[in-house]
Design a protein. Sequence first.
Length: 389
Amino acid sequence: MKSKDSPQNTGKALVDRGFDSDFNAERLAEISRLFTDDRRVLDYIVQMHEDDRTFDLKRGELYPEILRANISLKRTLAGIYGIDPAQAQPNFGSNGSIDTIITAVKVREAERGVGRAGGEGNGLMVPTPTYFRNYNSAEARKLFMHKVPLDKDYNFDAQRFVAEMRHVRPSVVFLVTPNNPTGMPLEDAAITAVLDNLPDDSWAVMDRTLVNVRPEIGTKELLHRYKHKNLVVLHSFSKFARMSQQRIGYALYSNPEMAEIVRPCLPLGMNMEATMKANSILLRDKGLFPNSEVVQNIKDSRVLLDGFTAEFPRFRITDFAANYCLLSLPEGLASEEFSAATEAKGLYVMAGHALPEPDSRVVRLYTAGPSKYLKTLLDEVAAVFGKGR
């Protein structure tokens, strides 16, 4: 339903500045009608117990079902990827997996007697810029972060990264592919170069949260090829299946020993409905694959942005193949001015000056939504900033 309110009125939609607004009672009542009645799941499971004549007088509520749903999801993942169920760890999206793993790394450093800020043999090593959660989670746990900058075009130099990795011998390496915020995937040769040279006492985390519309080496193949290494691969239903509101994802480990080290840091159980929905999708599709609409939106966005930068060559985009990209701004136009102008029209972007590594020369765009939204933004940018810039 189209709102009659102006874009500046944040009472109807919560985007950025709208976070300070609450859903009003009318909107909450409208939304609640769209959700399944909470009693339906509870009544169904209670009926199952009555049919089986099994009654839970131990814990009550749905705690056994929460854990059972989690275990069922682990078994499904084990079957799909050909691993032991212990090597599959569901979590609250990739953010949950990142926090869990970085906590385990910090504990492991303490047990090994390392962790001095800047000391060799410890900390997190990552190409930058990278996903904001990596910065936040490492900072919150006082885990030192070794940053290896991408080149001026945001390309990953595998040879340089491997050389620094051999010198630093980090506790954990994070590879986000496709990268967030650039949307640029790592080439298979770059991934294998890092993993082939990963020190025996280091871990590697490959975050595959974003959709990659280009061919790439499969997660199953990586897990089996690198059984002798300490590798974990992250997947999420957020960007693949448009389920960010469900907060469900999983981490897959190349060996049970590594998984066991992380296990004590895991949350107890997950959202039961989200876990069951994720399990249903995996069983139906025989794996986790990106939603076809998301894939098409990314491809459509690439066509739009290629056309825009061809017409206005002082703007440039990263060579993206994922849910995000960076738009480089013309000289003299800063992200502060750009975002202020677009927000006045109800068009929100991630301004470069607000990124974990601030850069006022760029803005990050979401490229996996309907292309008509991106076209609206680009038309506005062309009208305001396209000429004479």
